[in-house]
Design a protein around this ligand. Sequence first.
Ligand SMILES: [Zn+2]
Length: 118
Amino acid sequence: MTTSLSRLRSVAFTRQSGRCFYCNVPMWQRDPAELIKKHKITVGQAKRLQCTGEHLQARCAGGATLQTNIVAACLYCNGTRHKSKRPLSPDKYKERIRRLMNAQRWHERWVFKHGLFK
Ligand SMILES: [Zn+2]
């Protein structure tokens, strides 16, 4: 009965053309080397852009580990959302992040300087 999260994450990654559901920045799954080379970023920077599987409806709220409930999000967006005591809904959070991205007030400067957001 193992519906592996990593497999669902992988499908979501492909469906989203390798970009984060929230911030739309390119991510990596198994090996950051290509992303590092392409965008001339450091290993530490790449770490934040690791692809993670995000439950749209949280597991603790009854959200299932099914394809329809899983999106691919970068480690930074995923982690930051869950730091909040009362996390915003995925749609609200996405809206907020897209707005901040357009104002270059999400992620760090290098994300914009190295052409990861267009
Ligand atoms: Zn993100």
